[in-house]
Design a protein around this ligand. Sequence first.
Ligand code: FES
Ligand SMILES: [Fe+2]
Length: 459
Amino acid sequence: MTADSLRPDAIIARGPDLRDEVEHLVREDVVHRRVYTDPALFEIEMDRIFGGSWSYLGHESEVPQPGSFVRRRMGRRQVLLVRTAGGEVRGLLNRCTHRGTTLVGEERGCRMRLTCPYHGWAFDLDGKLLNLPVADSYDKLYERPFDLGQLRVESYRGFVFGTMAAEPMALAEWLGPAMPWLDEHIDRHPQGALRVLPSAIRQEYRGNWKMAWDNAADGIHATFAHRSYNLLGREADTDTVLARNPNATPMVSRTLGHGHCVVDQRPGIPAGPWSTMRPLPTRDDLEATLRDSGRRTRENLDLMTGSMVNLSLFPNLIFVGNQMMVVEPLSVDHTRLSYSLVLADQAPEEVNLMRLRVDEDFVSFGTPDDLEMFERVQEGLQTVEEEWVDISRGAHAGDTLDEHGHAVGDIASEAPIRAYLAEWKRLMASPVPTTVRRSRIEAAKFTNRKAGRRAAAGT
Ligand code: FES
Ligand SMILES: [Fe+2]
């Protein structure tokens, strides 16, 4: 899985030392507006956070067979997650080693060779240069690395993460206390089998990418920002979990280190997730089919509704119910969210059909509320004289520390915001050494071939 056979190029640490600046910008209970509005800080984030640390690239089920690839981004870099002829998963930089053209324009596909549209250099999915036209016309080509650049990728139970860091933290250490929560999410699916559907739902907003993180574990906003969604549920006599009094609910939020966090709504829903199920198209029919065939079990009902556990892995993956939301920063005030629909591959067909209906529901009737709030926050932060954003809620009102020293609170706490910003500070404070990895085996082959030709020609 890990491309350990690759050798790192030169190790580079770019950009200024920001230790003093990040101390100024992120305080104990306030954060400066520039963290959301400054384009220069954004460019450094694209290097030190997206690249300098692990981030989510995709799921192995998205590249099921040799030749499969999906195109992703890590900060400013375009990345191809590919399945090689040997069945390995690799992360290739979608950047031709000739003059830099992106090799692949499609979002996904299947082919064994990537040919650059500009001058026809062709690479295999191990990143090796297979062929280039008029090879002998390049005098100095063989002195340079010309196989495709790669990043370090590692898979945890099918979830593939990547990094450009020269000496990354072990993936298991980075996941840390988030790992058992990820295990629990996977193990809810019969035989642990998840399949990510190829088409994602995409939404964009004119706001900073960290708005999505400020919102991920914000248990108070739902009562207000999602009022219309909650009213729809009430009218249908549904248990509208989002509309609870946040001070009176036993739901909990936990910070998990490295900016990760989880919100567990289950303690507030003793009757189980299905009790919150809204009237959705085909719901009654699918439930009846399960009942008639003796498969209307608590497990199947819960699988349809979602886990009621939202796990967030900083900086770009948030599990929202059955969906996986990927946060993709496009510019300092422009962000794309991609929601991947996930099927439980070994569950009854009715369960998966219902999961598709559930997935459409909140994205259609709830998420637009959040996006509007993000855009209004971004607009409000344009007032330069008002410098500070408050993130103090819960700090002095009942948050406790768990055995790892991580904050645990009720869902009114803003501890998850303070926790991801602590990780932001750690990564942004000083240059993170990064590198491109690649194999240079083919260089010798090409060199020898050329030398051989020269020898044959008597030159
Ligand atoms: S830029 Fe790719 S072959 Fe020239
Ligand atoms: Fe929301």
